[in-house]
Every structure is written in structure tokens, then in C-alpha cells.
Design a protein around this ligand. Structure first.
Ligand SMILES: [Fe+2]
Ligand SMILES: [Fe+2]
Length: 315
């Protein structure tokens, strides 16, 4: 009897100690992120020169990161047409960014609904929501300034995301957050230092990279904790739902309307992007930091891994 009780209490105590350790760790991470937010946050309306004229002959996105780069179609295009495509793709990615950020804001609001309002963890979530508000306004202003249209995702994806942002549980929400943030972040890190790119685009991506690094940290730490503490069904659901999100994300990444809008045959362009080895490499390199992390914490297993493979983001 005694030994059975001991055997039962030991793991319980350990679980409790681990849980307390994780919560303490959660507060420490949030405190550090709040400190960094206080030091390095930007007001894009004041920080960037929105009235400066756009520069002739410059790209709106590094050419190597434009979807058609190095395809037979690309080689037939004039530099002007290639640069015009980069303008439309930048607007398409900014539109995708706004879509993601609006979803993310709702996920964060749902995440903190039941949590202690004075905790650093909740205060940081509110700080991140405020960052995303500024980012979405900044991206919208960029789209307007480039003169390109907005590029919404398809009705189907729009409505799939409506379901996801309403019902998804915490680990699934943070896995999707990282999917949205890390690949675009990888591209933006290559964009802001690139002197071939428009100054305004460089300014927008620089602000986003600085503030986004904290969001990635917050989401990673929370997802790591969740993959230890969440019940088995929820971890399993996270594997499948993040794989499905990766599949949808890779299809929705660039709106194919961009090709028609620069005078290309849309179907031919989409087919060439799908067949492009360069593009596959770009997308997999962009996702690598994320997929390595997800693999390490046990998200890329079973059926979920197959979905990740089919998205083309996992080699
Ligand atoms: Fe953002
Ligand atoms: Fe973010």
C-alpha cells in the first residue's frame, strides 16, 4: 500500500514541478519580450517616408524570390515586366500578410481569454496584437503606394481560415502562427538589406523583421510547452491541422492573378512555377528553420508529416 502510494505520488509531484517550471519559464520569456518591445518598436506612419517617389528601375521584391524566377517564361520577359511582376507579388504577399495577421489577432485574443490579465504572458500577447495592428495598416499602405491591387485569398481558403480561427485549440493556433510568420520572415530578411529593392519596401520589411522576431519566439516557446503538456488527442490534432495548413498555405502563397495582371498566361505561369526547381528550393529553404523546429518538438509525425511533404515545404 505504502509503496503503491509512493509510486503514484512521485510522478504526480514531478508533473506538478514540471508544470510550475513551465509556467515560470512562460512568465520569464514574456518579461524579456516586453523589455525588448519597449526598446525596439516602430510607428510605421512616422518612421517611413510615404511621400517619397518610387525609384525607377528598382525591384519591389528580390528577383530570386519572385515565383517565376529562372523559369523559361521568366527568361522571355523583359526586365521591366519582371520588375512589374515583383511589384504585384509584393502586393500579393502584403495581402497574404494582412490576412494572416487578422487571423492571428483573433487567435491571440482567444488564447488569453481565460488567462490571468495581469500576467506578463497576457501583457505580451496584447503587445503583439498591437504590433500586428500597426503591421496590417503598414502593409495596406504599402499596397496602395505601389499602385497594385489587393490580392485576397480564394473564397474557399478565406472560409477554411474562418473555421480554423474559430475552433482551433492553442497548440494548433501557434503552429499555424509560425507557418505564417517564419517563411515570410525568411524572405523579408533577404529583402531589407537588398539595395536593388525600393527603399519603401526595404523600410517596411526591416520594421517587420525586427518586431516579428519576438512573435516567433513567443509562439515557439508556447508551442514547445504545449507539445509537452497538451493531451494526446490535441497533439495529434496539431500534427494533422498544421500539415493541412501548410498544404493550403503553399497553394495560396502567391495569388495567380498577379500573372494575368502583368500580361502573362495565368495557367502557363502557374504550371511553370509548380515545375520550378528554384522555386521549390526557395520555399523549402524558407521553411527549413520552421520544419527543423517542428520536427524537434514532435509536430512532424505520422499523417501530419505526409501533409507537410505534400505541401512541398518539407524535403
Ligand atoms: Fe506582423
Ligand atoms: Fe507577427
Amino acid at each position: 500500500m505504502t509503496s503503491a502510494t509512493t509510486a503514484m505520488t512521485v510522478p504526480d509531484t514531478e508533473v506538478l514541478r514540471d508544470a510550475l517550471g513551465l509556467l515560470k519559464d512562460r512568465e520569464q520569456v514574456a518579461e524579456r519580450l516586453l523589455d525588448s518591445s519597449a526598446k525596439h518598436s516602430f510607428d510605421p506612419d512616422a518612421e517611413l517616408d510615404w511621400d517619397a517617389p518610387l525609384e525607377a528601375g528598382k525591384w519591389y521584391w528580390p528577383p530570386e524570390l519572385v515565383s517565376l524566377y529562372d523559369t523559361p517564361l521568366w527568361r522571355r520577359m523583359s526586365v521591366e515586366q519582371q520588375q512589374d511582376l515583383s511589384r504585384h507579388e509584393a502586393a500579393s504577399l502584403a495581402s497574404l500578410g494582412i490576412w494572416f495577421e487578422i487571423i492571428l489577432m483573433q487567435l491571440l485574443v482567444r488564447h488569453i481569454y481565460d488567462k490571468p490579465v495581469t500576467s506578463a504572458h497576457v501583457r505580451y500577447a496584447l503587445t503583439e496584437i498591437a504590433d500586428e495592428c500597426r503591421h496590417s495598416k503598414m502593409f495596406a499602405r504599402l499596397i496602395t503606394r505601389t499602385g497594385a491591387p489587393t490580392y485576397p485569398v480564394s473564397r474557399l481558403n478565406h472560409n477554411l481560415a474562418r473555421i480554423l480561427k474559430t475552433v482551433s485549440t492553442t497548440p494548433g493556433s501557434f503552429a499555424c502562427t509560425l507557418l505564417g510568420e517564419e517563411i515570410l520572415d525568411w524572405m523579408q530578411r533577404l529583402t531589407f538589406p537588398d539595395e536593388r529593392v525600393q527603399t519603401l519596401v526595404r523600410g517596411v520589411t526591416r520594421i517587420h523583421v525586427v518586431e516579428e522576431a519576438r512573435h516567433v519566439r513567443y509562439a515557439r516557446e508556447e508551442l514547445r510547452r504545449q507539445m509537452v503538456t497538451a493531451p494526446r488527442w490535441e497533439r495529434e490534432l496539431t500534427r494533422v491541422s498544421s500539415g493541412e495548413a501548410a498544404r493550403v498555405f503553399s497553394l495560396a502563397f502567391v495569388n495567380p492573378e498577379v500573372y494575368s495582371n502583368v500580361g502573362l498566361d495565368r495557367r502557363e505561369a502557374v504550371a511553370q512555377v509548380r515545375a520550378s526547381g528554384h522555386r521549390r528550393e526557395v520555399m523549402q529553404s524558407g521553411a527549413k528553420r520552421l520544419t527543423d523546429f517542428l520536427d524537434e518538438i514532435g509536430v512532424l509525425r505520422g499523417a501530419g508529416r505526409k501533409l507537410w511533404r505534400s505541401s512541398g515545404l518539407l524535403a
